[in-house]
Design a protein around this ligand. Structure first.
Ligand code: ADP
Ligand code: MG
Length: 240
């Protein structure tokens, strides 16, 4: 589904991604771990074209999407993203947040957008908050609305950038539960997270990044129990 070849990204003379190669198949859940500053967010942002890669290719269903021009909006409908800090529209209700993009970008009639949004809010356990505003929700609830909003575009791939890192510990579980459910339904997901339990349970593959490189990757039971690289070992000994 997604094939990344020799991806690099520089900010002026700072090299943040170096020769990153990755393939993601349909229905796969890939979890990316690694220390702060290792390039994880930049990598996701390149995949979603929020950042323009300096070099390399990103093939989506076989087409290189690095130089899409105007079609970037169409591409982003298929590759949704959930951020660490929810970024909900503060002046819209929960329901309106979820309805907005399908109406605006897909010209979906209001009635259908509303029905669809209500279903999605139910899916994330928040139908009772449809008319509430983001500021009255907990962080965990806001993040679940953000997930519903991303799902409203019916994406083929969802990217998550540390979706639970801004949450109080007791709110993390509900968000992870929703993500687990999506994974179980076959959603293709790339998840940057420090939740090693989630990685062990849900990931088909774990990628360890450090210094802008993919240092090591493999199935979770391999990476977590017998990492080969010294840097992976050192990182895991700090977080496990
Ligand atoms: P991670 O998500 O793994 O913590 P990031 O991708 O956020 O890492 O950052 C990797 C490196 O790139 C860091 O050194 C960071 O300061 C730098 N960086 C990220 N975004 C920008 C930017 N827009 N301009 C300049 N440097 C950036
Ligand atoms: Mg980051």
């Amino acid at each position: 589904m997604l094939q990344i070849k020799n991806l690099s990204k520089c900010f002026e003379d700072l090299e943040v991604l170096r020769d990153v190669n990755m393939t993601v198949s349909k229905g796969e859940v890939v979890v990316i771990i690694g220390p702060s500053g290792s390039g994880k967010s930049t990598f996701l942002r390149c995949i979603n074209l929020l950042e323009k890669p300096t070099g390399g290719e990103i093939l989506y269903l076989g087409d290189n999407i690095v130089h899409l021009g105007k079609k970037v909006t169409d591409y982003r409908k298929q590759v949704g993203m959930v951020f660490q800090r929810f970024h909900l529209f503060p002046l819209m209700s929960t329901l309106e947040n979820v309805m907005y993009a399908p109406m605006k970008l897909n010209k979906l009639p209001q009635k259908e957008a509303r029905e669809e949004a209500l279903k999605l809010l139910e899916k994330v356990g928040l139908s009772h908050k449809a008319d509430s505003y983001p500021s009255s929700l907990s962080g965990g609830q806001q993040q679940r609305v953000a997930i519903a909003r991303a799902l409203a575009m019916k994406p083929e791939i969802l990217l998550f950038d540390e979706p639970t890192s801004a949450l109080d510990p007791e709110l993390v579980g509900d968000v992870l539960e929703v993500m687990k459910q999506l994974a179980g339904e076959g959603m293709t997901m790339i998840v940057v997270t420090h939740e090693m339990g989630f990685a062990k349970d849900v990931a088909d593959r774990v990628i360890f990044m450090d210094g802008g490189y993919i240092v090591e990757e493999g199935p979770p039971d391999e990476i977590f129990t017998q990492p080969k690289n010294e840097r992976t070992k050192a990182f895991l000994s700090r977080v496990l």
